[in-house]
Design a protein around this ligand. Sequence first.
Ligand SMILES: [Zn+2]
Length: 378
Amino acid sequence: MKPGREARRGTEAGNGGQTENEKCCGIVRGISSVKGWKRMKRRILWKLLLAAVFLCLAVPAPDVQAAEPVVIVIDPGHGGENRGGEVEGQFLEKEITLQTALSMKQTLEQFEGAEVYLTRTGDQELSLEQRAQIAKAYDADFLFSLHYNMSSSHNLYGSEVWTSAFGESFAAGQTFAGLQLAEMAGNGQYIRGAKTRLNSRGTDYYGVIRESRQLGIPCVIIEHCYMDHPVDSHQIDTSEEVSAMGVSDALAVAKYFRLKSPSLGLDYSGYSYAQIPAPQGTAAPDRTAPESVSLSVLSADPADGRAVLQLDARDSQSGILYYSWSLDGGMTWSMLMPFANLGSLTFTIEAPLVSGMPVLCRAYNGYDMYSECMAVIP
Ligand SMILES: [Zn+2]
């Protein structure tokens, strides 16, 4: 919520529209006889009872209506001629971003105090500037740009959030990303992290984030998963699963703005989460490969064709996401295996093994840069 959007409307219940003078006059007029005294007692009791009922009804109202609504704008990525990523016969990014956005909106609208808009509701093409300007026109508190990923070598999988590298845009984006990625991890998605990216001019690389920041609106890009990798694609191969992605996005937003929904039975009004501070200067992306990687053979049985290896890998900036190995000197590689920034793990390879044979291993960081190491089968 923007500063200054706090409760402004106090209770206007006051004394029920009656002045102190009128009340006094009532008592003076009624006290002249016993009958009058009884009538007056009844009247006082009635007034007390009415006042009590009125207070009970009036007190909760300011809590419900006090804050101005949170304005959430959802941007379904791509549209029109800009189709986004495409896995032929399976996924078209511009379609599933819209479906996810509609589901996200429908869920968020069940929370109190949430006003939700989309940058596009059909198959329109919008520039990145237009998307940010639409958010501005709605006076958005946050712009969420929804996307689905692909990689050129079709080997990456996992979910990630991109944020601005600067100031309060970074702080809001990274704070939200923590909630979003926790939601996704809870759904069994592999997490690639919350990241920044800069262009050659040293400003935010992604246009929708850059333009939104210029307009003073926090903005993140949510890359839900990779459409072209089986580890991820099986999570969106039905329409229900795509919609579930939008529900999960909505819950992260509801937690961020501490919203509650009696109809969904969810109350995040007291939800506590880590607030990421604004950086000093630029929160620059990781530009270096993992700083330390080493591989050792724990056991090898050439007769059995089985070796157990230990990989130690570290990247203090963006962590280690994946590892892979090669038994043919780097001609071919195993698929990327999840490392989840464990520091160290053991894995088993099953292949024809010969003494003196090298095993190559690569460890990839959060920006998909790798460092290579080698061990020799004894
Ligand atoms: Zn996209």
